[in-house]
Design a protein around this ligand. Structure first.
Ligand SMILES: [Zn+2]
Length: 425
């Protein structure tokens, strides 16, 4: 892969992660009443038309019975119109605005405004007012797009499933009634063979039928990237040549059939592993390879070129010892800078608490005993460590949480690790 491409992939990895985190944040916001506004503006819309619609919503909102809700809704609408003034047009992907008074405990509310430029174009124009934000169209964008159909088969057994993102999903496993071939000669043997081939043909036909049933709806939704076929013997080639599946699906078969050791769930795993060259572009193999490389280093007697845990990795990053920083997308931690307004004392800390909860631990200041300690800066730890890595020209890889390797990485290493350029001590 060229360096430019690699960089692009790295930043799209991070962009996707950031988008996901923002949606998570919005998902947690609640209004004390129907007062949170979601506004979807697709490409091609005139901003002034949208503003006119908001003005009409504004005059309707003045009829809301509850005084506080009325004030909150009209306030949100004003803010939405103000925000829209920054845009000449909705751009190629459209604009989504989330605005409103969020409940922050007790009777209190706080005005919040979020503008999101979606990663892929939105198609709907929508004004939505509710006690939570309307996020479904954006959440749908996060669904993994690499969705492959998987089939492993021989004369005895077949398994059909999907590779969705990094996860293998078994849909069905079938056993055949095809007798094993035998080698005796003679008249009856030939008749037996004809009968056997007849049963085998029905079996292949059935695999094709079931595969069509499973894959066709995904193809019609435009959500099937391709189909990979495998199995232990020559049956898979025979099955493909004779086109037992729907012909539209046949056009989606990727590359040559793949050899596997099994035809059950393990066969599907084999298939994905052995189809490596076919899938490499989509990041799966890269992720597996990286975790395996890291595990090999960790397994070395002297600890190899590996670091894990936040403290060790942070130290290695700061001295420029990290070749590749590996982070799990499951990480939910913030790096906070606490500061005392009174004496200037500061301290950086990492927490998995809500920062506002964390802040309560602080007063008084450990240095001057004044009650003036507050959060001065707050940054997501994935973001913070990635920034240090980039300043040291270290690579960054964010690992998904739903592959076997990603799961292992999260459970055994807390989701923070690095492959090193040199040993640190
Ligand atoms: Zn102080």
């Amino acid at each position: 892969m060229a360096d430019g491409q690699k960089h692009e992939q790295q930043s799209s990895d991070r962009a996707r992660y950031e988008f996901k985190r923002r949606l998570e944040e919005l998902r947690n916001i609640r209004g004390s009443a129907t007062q949170l506004i979601s506004l979807y503006i697709p490409p091609g819309r005139q901003i002034h038309e949208v503003v006119a619609q908001l003005r009409s919503e504004y005059s309707q909102a003045q009829n809301i019975k509850s005084k506080s809700t009325m004030k909150n809704v009209t306030g949100a609408l004003e803010s939405a119109m103000q925000t829209l003034k920054q845009f000449k047009d909705p751009g190629d992907h459209g604009i989504v605005i989330f605005v409103g008074h969020r409940a922050i405990g007790g009777e209190k509310t706080k005005m919040t405004t979020h503008v999101i430029i979606p990663p892929t174009p939105i198609t709907l124009m929508k004004y939505h007012c509710d006690s939570s934000f309307f996020l479904e169209p954006l959440e749908a964008m996060l669904k993994e797009h690499n969705n492959y159909g998987l089939i492993v088969l021989d004369r005895q057994e077949a398994t059909i499933g999907f590779l969705r993102g990094q996860a293998i999903q078994v849909v069905t496993n079938m056993q055949s009634m095809v007798p094993n071939k035998h080698s005796k000669g003679g008249q009856s043997a030939r008749r037996f063979e004809r009968i056997t081939e007849d049963i085998a043909d029905k079996w292949f036909y059935k695999i094709g039928e079931v595969a069509t049933e499973v894959f066709k709806p995904e193809l019609e939704k435009g959500e099937l990237k391709g189909i990979i076929v495998g199995g232990p013997g020559p049956t898979k080639e025979y099955w493909l040549e004779n086109q037992y599946m729907d012909h539209e699906l046949h056009k989606r078969i990727i590359g040559q059939p793949v050899d596997t050791g099994y035809t059950d769930e393990y066969g599907l795993r084999d298939l994905v592993t052995n189809a490596g060259p076919l899938l490499r572009d989509f990041g799966l193999m890269e992720e597996k390879d990286l975790i395996n490389r890291f595990m090999r280093e960790v397994g070395k007697q002297d600890g190899g070129l590996a670091a894990y845990g936040e403290a060790q990795v942070r130290n290695a990053l700061q001295i420029g010892a990290v070749d590749t920083l590996i982070l799990s997308e499951k990480l939910r931690k913030a790096r906070l800078t606490m500061k005392c307004e009174s004496c200037g004392w500061t301290k950086e800390e990492t927490t998995d608490l809500d920062p506002l909860e964390f802040e309560k631990r602080y007063p008084p200041c450990p240095s001057c005993s004044q009650n003036a300690v507050a959060i001065d800066q707050e940054i997501d730890i994935v973001e913070e460590l990635s920034q240090i890595a980039e300043s040291m020209a270290s690579k960054v890889k964010i690992i998904s949480g739903n592959s076997d390797e990603g799961e292992l990485f999260w459970k055994a290493f807390g989701g923070i690790a690095a492959i090193l350029r040199f040993k640190t001590g």
